[in-house]
Ligand binder design. Structure first.
Ligand code: SF4
Length: 329
């Protein structure tokens, strides 16, 4: 029965994404395919909003209202540098109980054996751990924590998956940034040997500090084969970002593939983010919809200007958090 529910959720997500590709700007007609709860601002300083952070009760209300409105949509928790934050496990538990598929994006900080087992016990369905180096120095420059914290987290989640006989999806995400090229081959080899389900090379949110080594990028993808989860389009767009590092989000549309050039950014129709201090938005690079009110639907009704800015955006973002492809799998 649960399996059927998940298939239905997936089918609904596919339909919503297809609908989102029309880049509708009418808030009444937009139906997000994914709810994102942003707990920290590690990769986007200042994005959380103003004032007090939401209580667990308020977060749970957001999930409840989103499910009432859109059905049990996938819930992603962004806790990049604090996976043992006291809010993470309760939020996953609540979303899971609401039948929402859950995923967590983190650099692994704070995930030891006990935390990994707790995350699985509360219903975590997928985890993406950012690994940009196998040495502490390179991991610090590419991601911001130590290699021991990141690789230790992967090992703990793998062990917990075995111990709990869980089917959690474990992905290692490698940011294409800074000195990652020095250790990328070692990261992919280690990830494969460790037993994760796949690796993905992440475009940075902003087009700066991209290593200009297109041959290594292609060689890494080719040698990883199906173990690498990137789409061909995402790799083409990383190449284009490398060639045009203008420091802005993603890529100027004029450098994108013909297919992407023609399409409006679908993020407004598929991704709804609620950040820890109440900011509500789809794209982090345009003025947000606003501050979360008592009813999520009332806040979303104010979304027209945000959706119009997205529909007329002249950038193309291929970072997986902002790209049209499903977040995991
Ligand atoms: S900056 Fe533009 S292309 Fe990138 S996610 Fe936002 S709206 Fe989409």
């Amino acid at each position: 029965m649960l399996e059927l529910e998940h298939q239905l959720t997936r089918a609904r997500g596919i339909l919503r994404r297809a609908w989102a590709r029309t880049a509708n700007t009418d808030p009444e007609l937009v139906a997000p395919a994914r709810l994102v709860l942003r707990l920290d601002d590690t990769d986007l300083p200042g994005i959380l909003g103003a004032g007090d952070t939401l209580t667990i009760h308020e977060w749970n209300q957001v999930i409840t209202q989103a499910v009432e409105q859109y059905g049990p949509l996938p819930v992603t928790i962004l806790a990049q540098h604090n996976a043992n934050d006291e809010r993470v496990a309760p939020l996953i538990r609540f979303a899971h109980r609401m039948e929402c598929p859950t995923s967590l994006v983190t650099d692994g900080t704070g995930i030891d054996d006990a935390q990994a087992e707790l995350l699985i016990d509360v219903g975590l369905g997928a985890i993406r751990i950012l690994v940009g180096g196998v040495s502490d120095g390179i991991q610090a420059q590419t991601v911001g924590n130590t290699a021991a914290e990141a690789t230790g987290a992967v090992a703990s989640v793998l062990a917990a998956r075995d111990n709990r006989n869980s089917s959690i999806d474990i992905e290692v995400a490698i940011p294409w940034t800074g000195p990652v090229v020095l250790e990328i081959a070692a990261i992919v080899g280690w990830a494969r040997q460790a037993g994760v389900d796949g690796v993905r090379i992440l475009a940075p949110l902003l087009a700066n500090d991209l290593p200009a080594d297109p041959e290594l990028l292609d060689k890494t993808i080719d040698s990883a084969g199906v173990f690498c989860r990137n789409t061909g389009t995402s790799i083409e767009e990383i190449h284009a970002m490398v060639a045009h590092p203008d420091g802005k989000p993603g890529l100027d549309k004029k450098h994108a593939t013909r297919r992407r050039k023609k399409r409006k950014c679908p993020v407004g129709g598929q991704r709804l983010v609620v950040a820890a201090a109440g900011n509500v938005y789809s794209c982090p690079f345009h003025a947000p919809i606003g501050q979360l009110g008592d009813e999520l639907s009332d806040t979303l009704a104010l979304g027209r200007a945000h959706l119009e800015a997205i529909a007329s955006c002249n950038r193309v973002c291929s970072h997986v958090e902002l790209a049209p492809a499903p977040i995991f799998g």
